[in-house]
Ligand binder design. Sequence first.
Ligand code: TRP
Ligand code: ZN
Length: 866
Amino acid sequence: MLDIQTSLAQPHVTRRADYTPPDWQVPDIALNFDLDPAATRITATLHVQRSGVHDRPLRLDGAGQTLLSVSVDGTPVNDWVIEGGALILPLSGSAHVIETTVEIAPERNTQLMGLYASGGNLCTQCEAEGFRRITFFPDRPDVLSRYQVRMSADKQRYPVLLANGDPIASGDLDDGRHWAEWHDPFPKPCYLFALVAGDLAVNRGSFITMSGREVALGIWVRATDLERTHHALDALKTAMAWDERVYGREYDLDVFNIVAVDDFNFGAMENKGLNVFNSRYILADPDTATDYDYDAIAAVVAHEYFHNWSGNRVTCRDWFQLSLKEGFTVYRDQCFSADQGSAAVKRIEDVRGLRAAQFPEDAGPLAHPIRPDAYQEISNFYTATIYNKGAEIIRMLATILGATAFRTGTDLYFDRFDGTAATCEDFVASLEEASGTDLTQFRRWYGQAGTPRVTASLLHHEGSGRAELVLAQRTPPTPGQDSKTPVVLPLRVKLFGAQTAGTVAPEHVILLSDAEQRIVFEGVTERPILSINRGFSAPAIIETDRSAADLAFLGAHDDDPFARYEALQQLMLDTLVAAAGGNQADHAAVIAAVAGTIGDAKLDRAFAAEAVLLPSESFIGDQMAVVDPEAIFRVREALRRDIGRALTSEWCAAYDAAQAIGGYVYSPEAKGLRRMRAVALGYIAASGAADSGDLAFAQFEAADNMTDRLSALTTLVAGDAAQRTPALDIFYNRYSDNALVLDKWFSVQAMAPRDDTGDVVRELLRHQDFTLSNPNRARALIGAFGVNQRAFNVTDGSGYRFLADQLIALDTLNPQTAAKLIPPLGRWGRFDAARGALMRAELERIVKVPGLSKDMFEQASRSLEG
Ligand code: TRP
Ligand code: ZN
């Protein structure tokens, strides 16, 4: 137990087990906003109804507003009290009309929760508990209301007034102000409320739904960004059609609007009929956005759109059910993206993301199940576990049930829970009932944290023609969960023949549900090679005893692209982990496998490019008992250099082949060629070729798109070529008025694999374009540095001190964004004692800061306990 816990007030903990239904419902609400950045007045009229038989008062959450008046059924009252920000009001009857008037100052809202100002416009962010910062209301997702919203504002400054639902009426007022009224017919929890007032231009589109209704689409941005909205609008239409085709889900309002804002704590928000986006997930043109950005935009647009059913029409009963909407919706957007291009590359990217963010979370002090049991601050639980592991859990359900039964199950779920606030259990029970599959044991995934480890060994008895697959699973302990029970793991398995390369056992799904299981294969006449967890069918760490030769075989022959990628990664990882541990490492097998992959003309270039990339430094570290960042960096660079040198002519050929694209096009094929060119350039530079600086700079200058320009810049920034500084300056000057591209300029320097990265980052803090108050910018520099394993973990602890200093400063402005950047400091248990002590010292310094937010307190104190 920490001593700081005794010296500070005990933080309030919310527990899942304590859930009780609301005492009062609010079927209808009317809101009147008198908008002004310095002083906005909000009058809220709540039609409240007592729920069940009780004599408890009405409790309306609130935070930070000035309360001007309260009335009940039209009569001013003063028998209320404020308790911890909430307004407590005794009521005698079963139904009343409550009216409150409050005042808030959006321009002083640096937390970006509630109503705030961004780029001269006003906008809202209410999930999870931001609505209480706007007006007094039961701020919990199981209180669903029909909203009528009226806004008035200065017409010149805020010509556009948007809210949820449909526009009803608008008009001018005499004092230079105007007004608009919007009604949303669908009952919704207050976290889905939104309004936007601003000077915005619109890219309009239209979509005809499957039942023939026309929906008016609008993407709202500042006028100079209008040309960068086409990709997002296309993605929206594609997503709307996809949800009809794949899930039978049709859009339900006459309008669907998206607004892009520059200051945003997260990626985007699915407010009913009025999604609000971080501008980085809307704005794109070839000159400013990479292929990766284009893909991310389509994925996030689809994600927020899909929430209209998985999140809005069926919402969450309480915040412990967050993965009900997020895990399912991430799964839906992943499948959508897989359908737009290379499904194999999409799966590789998703698994890479899971391993980079979620596996470490699940193995560290902040580990929690996808349905947590307790939280201090719910914002801290918008995690890779809830989102990405949550998506893997849904994917496993789809695998176990099969596509048809899965769809029957989701139909039943949407049908049965439409218009209600549901639980994860409701979802699983729907799938169970619709498919007739017993999911009792599967439910353990919802309550148990930690990444299962599966060992798999394949024994072959030559004489009998019998092979035996011995599987065992174990989930290591996580904070608060010392002992684990076996989970259900659907493992896609196939056996190949070592001699013929043919199929010895066709692909099928093994359900591993016991601690140990043996599967027997008959008629196996040649030595079988195991291909397991194909497509990454279960979110587990698989340990096999496959030799380098067998991995190379699979890397060349496996017909499941993910398994083929995985075999190559495992081969590389085995080599690198051995080398980092001080063992003699032979690079020949990896070099041969890489040569075979780039030389395989049948392979899609996008796939080949991903398959020849070495595992990241942090992923290598995750395989080691004690992470040695210097050794990892050294052996990885050595292998990169050797692959670069041994295959010089192959890389040059791959580079030149990729030149053949011609002018910029955004297509899966062109993306693959650009990706291959970037990877080849990286290897050419790693080889130490004298002209690699010239090659990179030529690409940098000639590029007609950001993908090529940024990959060239990244290569130059990593090395010491004479063109390094000029390229950084040219890039800066060319894009100095584009915030999203400047974020890349900061990040590429913070992520650089260089000795001076720490100094450069400290210097960049003082750059005129650096600010902590914009979350994208803060993440671009501070967040990127925190995941640069070698630079962040320098032995003198200066990286840790830097991060702690910045997070303490950021916490005073924006606790939610600050708290999300804590995890690099929580890895103290993974490093040597000296580094570990330095990290802990910084966490201890953070928790003792007077006035620290509860967001940061929870993240830092849990990081110390783990
Ligand atoms: N529901 C949003 C999504 O996943 C997440 C989100 C947007 C959010 N803004 C936030 C979460 C602010 C916490 C705080 O699409
Ligand atoms: Zn979401």
